[in-house]
Design a protein around this ligand. Structure first.
Ligand SMILES: CC(C)(COP(=O)(O)OP(=O)(O)OC[C@H]1O[C@@H](n2cnc3c(N)ncnc32)[C@H](O)[C@@H]1OP(=O)(O)O)[C@@H](O)C(=O)NCCC(=O)NCCS
Length: 210
């Protein structure tokens, strides 16, 4: 009888664990892993790429302060809630040794990945760091079969617009009075990736399972 009760308790515990794991949001940052961590920038500087987690937040804030002349568009609490509570957020952070170089923040939607922020510390600009981060995001989108990457950029931000155009983004439309504070307009941009369309994906799925 004792053994029967023990087995019953253990079965209940297993079911409870299964239910708990079903309830857990599938965080993008926990789901993905990087195939490669080390890269060389254009000037042959070796950098390390990591998936941004809670303990990287002070470094991301440092990068923001440095690259936006002291004005961080995302404060600590917004970053904390995005990284720790938003299952669809994805952050890449680049390091030169222990020194933060730059980061990219994005949000995964069903048919699009939206870049929420990208910034490189001035000492490390113009050596391909932002390009590397965008390439990593492209790789992720292709793996996940997500057909586009989108973003908004200040209409006055020539450096960033030139970067995005070079990568393959195209202008979509102007969003008037978009930015809080100064009310500057934003240019919405979109990068269409060569992934299979919904019909082809469905067909592939059917082929795989028949
Ligand atoms: C925009 C930013 C992310 C670019 O980062 P970066 O690492 O210097 O970019 P890369 O070295 O990968 O540059 C790639 C391309 O971007 C453009 N670019 C970058 N810096 C530029 C500059 N100072 N002037 C003109 N074009 C520039 C060029 O097209 C460049 O190609 P090239 O090297 O063949 O000339 C960086 O300047 C930055 O952090 N700016 C402040 C934060 C910001 O504005 N973020 C964008 C928010 S939407």
């Amino acid at each position: 009888m004792k053994e029967l009760i023990r087995q019953f308790k253990s079965a209940i515990k297993e079911i409870q664990t299964d239910i708990a794991s079903l309830k857990e949001p599938k965080f993008v940052s926990k789901r993905i892993s990087l195939e490669q961590e080390h890269y060389l920038l254009k000037n042959q500087l070796p950098v390390k790429l990591v998936i941004g987690k809670k303990h990287h937040i002070p470094d991301i804030l440092y990068i923001e302060r440095m690259s936006y002349q002291g004005l961080a568009p995302w404060g600590r609490s917004a970053l904390e809630s995005d990284i720790m509570q938003n299952a669809k957020s994805l952050y890449y952070v680049l390091y030169d040794g222990h020194t933060p170089v730059g980061f990219l923040g994005a949000r995964e939607e069903t048919e699009d990945i939206h870049i929420t922020n990208i910034a490189i510390v001035p000492d490390y600009q113009q050596i391909g760091a932002a390009t590397l981060l965008l390439m990593m995001l492209e790789e992720f989108a292709l793996t996940e079969n997500i057909p586009s990457i989108s973003l908004e950029v200040r209409v006055s931000n020539q450096k960033a617009k030139s970067l995005y155009e070079k990568i393959g983004f195209r202008s979509v439309r102007i969003k008037k009075n978009y930015y809080n504070g100064d009310g500057e307009d934003a240019l919405e941009m979109n990068w269409l990736l060569p992934v299979a369309g919904p019909e082809e994906r469905e067909k592939r799925h059917a082929d795989e399972y028949h």
